[in-house]
Structures are given as C-alpha cells and as structure tokens.
Unconditional design. Structure first.
Length: 151
C-alpha cells in the first residue's frame, strides 16, 4: 500500500514537472515583446511623419519595422507556433489591441487638434511599457491554459 502511494506521488510529481517545463517552453522570449512594443511605438509616432514627403511617410515606418525585426527577431520556439487561440486568449489579444489602438488614435487626434508635440512621444513610451509588461503576463496566462491537463 505504501509503495502504491509512493508511486502515485512520484507520477504526480513527474506530471507537474512536465507541465511546468511545457509552460516554460510555450512562453516567448522577452525580446519578442520588446520587438512588438517597438513596432507599436513606431505607429504611435506616425504623426511626426505627417510633414514629410508622401513617399517618406510610408517608407520610413516600414524601414524602421524591418530594422527592428532584423535586430530583434530570432528563430521562434516551435512550441509557441503550436498554440491555438481559444476564446479567452482571443479576448485578451483583442483587448490588448483595442487599448493600443485607442492610445495611438487619441494621441494622433490630440497632436492634430492641439499641436502638442509631446503627446505622440508619451503615447509611444506608454505603449512600449504596456506591451513589454502586459505581453509576458498574457503569454504566461496562455501557456498555463495550454499546458493544463484536459479531463
């Protein structure tokens, strides 16, 4: 009887260790959130490009995105690619995108109407900070949800 309890405990410990390892593997490295925060910050800074020639207005942000991607991107772990979005994950991602869109849109509107030069810069900094802090939390939540044992 004691042997059965010991074996059961050892099996449960092994399952818990595997779940923890899977959750760790499913999380994206911090550099991905820094890269995403940088991308969104560029789009928050778009009002500064409004006085530039039209070709540069479109080319400068794209060039900046490519440079950030080349510098920050590395091979993504295969486990991350296998995450399928569930309802809860989709809601978190949509909420995240809505907050970023509202922040960028509001800063652009204030910059256009009031001419406050510092508003897009502050919005870019806030957006970068938001993505780099909330993104990993959201990623951990996704990893926990995916690694949960289905009954």
């Amino acid at each position: 009887m004691e042997t059965d309890e010991f074996e059961a405990r050892r099996a449960l410990d092994a399952v818990e260790a595997a779940k923890a390892l899977n959750a760790e593997r499913l999380r994206r490295p911090k550099r991905y959130w820094i890269m995403l925060g940088s991308f969104l910050s560029i789009f928050a800074l778009l009002p500064y490009f409004s006085g530039w020639p039209p070709l540069l207005q479109f080319a400068a942000p794209l060039i900046a995105v490519v440079v950030i991607a080349v510098v920050a991107a590395r091979k993504q772990p295969t486990a991350v690619r296998k995450i399928r979005l569930s309802g809860r994950m989709s809601a978190q991602l949509i909420g995240f995108a809505v907050v970023a869109g509202i922040l960028a849109g509001a800063s652009r509107a204030v910059y256009s109407e009031q001419g406050w030069w510092w508003v897009p810069m502050v919005a870019a900094i806030v957006m970068f900070a938001l993505v780099t802090t909330v993104g990993p939390l959201m990623d951990r939540s996704w990893a926990r949800q995916v690694s949960r044992v289905r009954e």
